[in-house]
Design a protein around this ligand. Structure first.
Ligand code: SAH
Length: 692
């Protein structure tokens, strides 16, 4: 069987459909899965085990047989815990076939085949009865179907169905209950991911302001969850306006309703300020008394010493539809609405003399429709991109570089997705009509021009670079070609080199003395030790005493299938690491020339300067705008002599995990890592090899 996989081609900037063998999807799924991270989550595993033991004991104490239903068994871990705890029989349901097969192997290897039956079905397809998948309904329900937003992986409909058809009334559930917590905060940093701030431009004739489209003002934005490692957000980047409050809970031992609903809590701000975002996380109580608690609470709520690092569950940032000024002590209502899979928030001021509003009112007040972007700007700019565009110092760097090259009669062509550079260029120099290439991805960009009355000043050309005609440019030659460069289809840092390909495609339209800005780019590399991120690629061996090596082997096979010579994108501001080597420039790309026919390769070695475990190499791009102006999409600085790194917070960097980790102990005999890096100009991809 063949499948078609969508993938952006960095030489054309567009999506292509590649035919792949049937194994491809499966290997992708396993290689990118969070199974390893879950198995490394000691806090989660220990607490599930405690909760399962307690549930089995309660059932046995009632003189009943303990029949367990484990929905989404994965490796079979929770069923093996139940069997070890004395459960009489476990039904382990897993919808994903390769995982169900792995569960069978793991269960067998650990000697539980007679106690655990793996059922390769979605739980809603499971049948009960003498000829069914399950002989009878279960009296213990165990699941781990939660994502960072709690309900995003479909926990609610799964529970609703299980209570109706698969478990007995009054069954024990592990976890017993989940509770969602919220805190109202003001945060310029996080708010900058939701809306475009006015952009200040220092022009020759005074300061100019690029105003955001007014349509953005009341737009609820996109509904996709914003899940981040909130523990990496310094406390100086937000101000808590409320205490932490409980928003809602779900009791998993009782019938669960998945239908859309709203919850409302009363809040009294502890501080006056601008309410902008709601930070949220959840905890699960493994037992009814709440003594076995597993929480995602961030560092300012929970002592740092007790924090368990995990990537499969993080924290959520919800953006209020509008920024709302609030006063300390005033009465507010925070409303959470949810459908089956997602949650969203709104804030209401309590009116004078208003009685306690109940949840019925809440539903009526806000309606339960999930937020959809109405302004279309949120479709043009995603959250990290908005954060990037709102970075005033970055705008300053582009402005300074543009001022150096622009003249009043410049004919300027911009190639970048959803870029403000044409507007900057207009204010800084080229007063005549400039040109802006439009691709299929920038459809909503005219919004910005309209908001700034620039529709007749900047022309959007709806053509791909290779189809650009002299008539598009009114038969003029381009004197300044600019790009950030940024393209929405880029996954890895060097995919933005599409700018170079586009520059090559429009060569015949460029004046002989054209200025290209940035004039060049460079690829940089550094060897690092991760504080935690290494876990997602590290084998587990045994988990709470169960042999899960089969899973390690499976992940390893999938990594070797395709990914072994490839780096993967990670936003490293969320994943602390320390540098073990100096950052090194490994390749340069000259945008003043066209893309060469031959590959660009380099080899060399880097010395390890600090003690530590070499988990991998980090690679990023830097763009050189002018003699002394460069933009880094990776390392911003190494902040202390321990080697702690500060990364560009709006870009993902490329991480190449080494297949074996070496620890450099002494520095008297410096270890070196040798590398070979090859940029294939035909494909736009980079292959790399490292030897420790
Ligand atoms: N229980 C394991 C794995 C949890 S990951 C552990 O705790 O380590 C969740 C798993 O549930 C995934 O493998 C997913 O494929 C599966 N899953 C999710 N919803 C399901 C459903 N309704 N029926 C069957 N499997 C489901």
């Amino acid at each position: 069987m063949k499948t078609f996989c969508g993938r952006a081609n960095p030489t054309t900037g567009s999506m292509e459909w590649l035919e792949e063998g049937e194994d491809y999807d499966y290997h992708q799924e396993i290689a990118r899965s969070r199974y390893a991270d879950m198995l490394h989550d000691k806090d989660r595993n220990v607490k599930y085990y405690q909760g399962i033991r307690a549930a089995v004991s309660r059932v046995k104490a009632r003189g009943e047989k303990a029949i367990v239903l484990d929905i989404g068994t994965g490796t079979g871990l929770l069923s093996m815990m139940a069997a070890s705890a004395g459960a009489d029989f476990c039904y382990a349901v897993e919808v994903f076939k390769p995982m169900a097969n792995a569960a069978v192997k793991i269960v067998e290897k650990n000697g539980f085949s007679d106690k655990i039956k793996v059922i390769n079905k979605h739980s809603t397809e499971v049948t009960v009865g003498p000829d069914g998948d399950m002989q009878c309904r279960a009296n213990i329900l165990v699941t781990e179907l939660f994502d960072t937003e709690l309900i995003g992986e479909g926990a609610l409909p799964t529970y609703e169905h299980a209570h109706k058809y698969l478990v007995q009334e009054g069954c024990e559930a592990v976890p017993h209950r989940a509770t969602v917590y919220v805190q109202l905060v003001e945060s310029k940093r996080m708010w900058s991911w939701k809306k475009l701030f006015p952009v200040h431009v220092e022009a020759e004739d005074g300061e100019k302001i690029i105003v955001p489209p007014s349509e953005m003002e009341n737009c609820p934005g996109v509904s996709s969850v914003c899940d981040i490692q909130l523990n990496q957000m310094p406390s100086s980047d937000f101000t808590a306006l409320s205490d932490v409050v409980t928003m809602f809970s779900v009791d998993f031992s009782k019938p669960v309703q998945s239908a859309s609903t709203c919850y409302r809590v009363q809040l009294e701000p502890v501080k006056s300020g601008k309410a902008q975002v709601v930070l949220s996380w959840w905890d699960i109580d493994m037992d009814p008394s709440g003594t076995i608690n597993c929480t995602m609470a961030p560092y300012w709520v929970k002592p740092t010493s007790a924090l368990q690092w995990r990537d499969h569950w993080m924290q959520c940032v919800y953006f209020l539809p509008n920024e709302e000024p609030v006063l300390q002590g005033e009465k507010l209502y925070l409303t959470a609405c949810r459908d089956e899979y997602s949650v969203w928030y709104s804030l209401q001021k309590a009116r004078e003399g208003e009685a306690e509003a109940d949840e019925e009112e809440a539903k009526a007040a806000v309606g339960v429709e999930s937020p959809v972007c109405r302004c279309r700007a949120h479709l043009l700019w995603n959250r990290p991109r908005l954060g990037e565009l709102n970075e005033q110092s970055r705008t300053g760097q582009y402005s300074q570089a543009l001022r150096e090259v622009l003249k009043t009669d410049s004919v300027c062509l911009c190639i970048s997705d959803g870029s403000l550079l044409p507007v900057l260029a207009h204010y800084l120099g080229a007063k005549q009509v400039q040109y802006f290439i439009l691709f299929f991805r920038s459809l909503h960009f005219s919004l910005v021009f309209k908001a700034n009355n620039l529709e007749d000043k900047i022309k959007i050309i709806e053509a791909r670079p290779e189809l650009l005609k002299p008539s598009h440019l009114e038969d003029k030659k381009v004197s300044v070609l600019v790009g950030e460069p940024f393209f929405t289809t880029s996954l890895l840092p060097w995919h933005n080199l599409y700018f170079w390909y586009a520059r090559t495609a429009v060569s015949s339209h460029l004046a002989s003395n054209v200025t290209v800005l940035p004039h060049s780019a460079s690829l940089h590399m550094m060897i690092v030790e991760f504080q935690d991120l290494w876990r997602i690629r590290s084998p587990c061996g045994t988990c709470e005493g169960f042999d899960v090596q089969t899973m390690d082997d499976m992940i390893n096979d999938s990594l070797n299938f395709r990914e072994s010579k490839e780096a993967e994108p990670h936003p490293l501001w969320e994943y602390p690491c320390k540098s073990l080597s100096d950052p090194q420039e490994v390749l340069t790309f000259d945008f003043t020339k066209t893309v060469p026919q031959h590959c660009l390769s380099t080899e060399g070695s880097v010395n390890l300067l600090r003690k530590g475990k070499s988990h991998g190499a980090v690679l990023w791009m830097e763009y050189h705008l002018a003699a002394d102006i460069s933009i880094s999409t990776g390392l911003v600085q190494i902040s202390n002599e321990k080697g702690n790194c500060e990364w560009n917070p709006h870009c993902k960097q490329a991480v190449y995990f080494f297949s074996s980790v070496t620890e450099s102990e002494t520095l008297s005999d410096p270890t070196a890592v040798t590398y070979a890096i090859n940029f294939d100009t035909k494909t736009g991809e980079i292959a790399m090899y490292f030897k420790l």
